[in-house]
Design a binder for this molecule. Sequence first.
Ligand SMILES: NC(=O)c1ccc[n+]([C@@H]2O[C@H](COP(=O)([O-])OP(=O)(O)OC[C@H]3O[C@@H](n4cnc5c(N)ncnc54)[C@H](O)[C@@H]3O)[C@@H](O)[C@H]2O)c1
Length: 359
Amino acid sequence: MRKKINVAIAGVGNCASAFIQGIQYYGSDYSASNSDIIGLTSFNLGGYEPSDINFVAAFDIADTKVGKDLSESVFATPNNAMSVANVPPFDVKVNKGNVLDGFGRRYSEKVKISDAPQSDVASILKDSKADILVNYLPVGSREATRFYAEECLESKVCFINAIPVFIASDPNWQNRFIDKNIPCAGDDVMSQMGATVIHKTLARLLVDRGVSVDETFQLNVGGDMDFYNMLDEDRLEDKRISKTAAVQAMVPYDVPMRIGPSDYINFLQNDKVCYIYLKGRILGAVPIELDLKLRVPDAYNSAGVMIDAVRGAKIALDRNISGPLESISAYCFKHPPVQMSYSAAKSNFIDFINGKKDK
Ligand SMILES: NC(=O)c1ccc[n+]([C@@H]2O[C@H](COP(=O)([O-])OP(=O)(O)OC[C@H]3O[C@@H](n4cnc5c(N)ncnc54)[C@H](O)[C@@H]3O)[C@@H](O)[C@H]2O)c1
């Protein structure tokens, strides 16, 4: 019998929906050929296939989701990610999590908080034998993210942080996970073909080709709850830091830059449109400009990356590795403990999976 990866989810929004549907898409009867591994680093990663991921617990606070089976709640409003696979019942009920700052002003305009009693998250994680909790809360959920990280420490569950609140990249939290002998990875998942990986790769290319990078910006618009919530500039600080640091790390001098979510356009639904602009100078201080537009269904763009991150974290658990997982985080997240160019991050990740690197 194949070894399973028991996963719990905090925040059953669009990203959780695409992650769960992506795993169903590559179900246990899927036969992969080499050319047919779209969206994943590898169909079999260190012995784990996507269908080895097994959902054992889920937490949300929305009244449309709490109390439902996880398979139903991924399609509940206001989720609007497209459907690519049937999701059979999991027999996993969505429990009421801890509200804290999870719902900001914008979120509360559209969604009611469930009046179900708050669950005991650490006990549910223990009883369900979860190996890993994936944190998919809205941007700006600093207190709620710290709460779920604490519950992981208490229940000895690996924490994977998909959102821009700094846990895996924060030295205090890193030490707490090391002390408890539990791994963690994050922060802020980096999409497969998203604005960050393209922007950082272009910035590095310009530097490598001897171009002086003088100015750059990245504008992003979308029509889902992630973008609606991000209209609230007060919740955006960490998102801007995370996205900006990823690009700045590719250029060995300070560059004026403005990077972040820019507006909500409801008819875009779960599509995100991004515009990247770079201005530089080549030989003779001659100016050049580069403009790029990308349109992509946002939730699916991060789902395959998370399938890889979860399998990598389980390999770390199997090897009894604790603390921040540097290679997985640099490859799969925007604000990792150690920033790397995309190519260095990928080769370190593969070396980690193959046992040639410790973490
Ligand atoms: N490609 C991508 O989509 C991408 C990339 C990078 C980061 N992210 C981040 O991932 C996160 C999730 O994105 P999404 O599109 O699924 O957002 P979403 O708004 O669709 O989902 C968030 C879910 O969290 C729930 N929630 C809110 N507070 C909670 C709490 N205290 N406890 C439990 N559940 C709570 C909400 O009810 C909702 O179901 C966001 O922070 C987003 O910025 C997404």
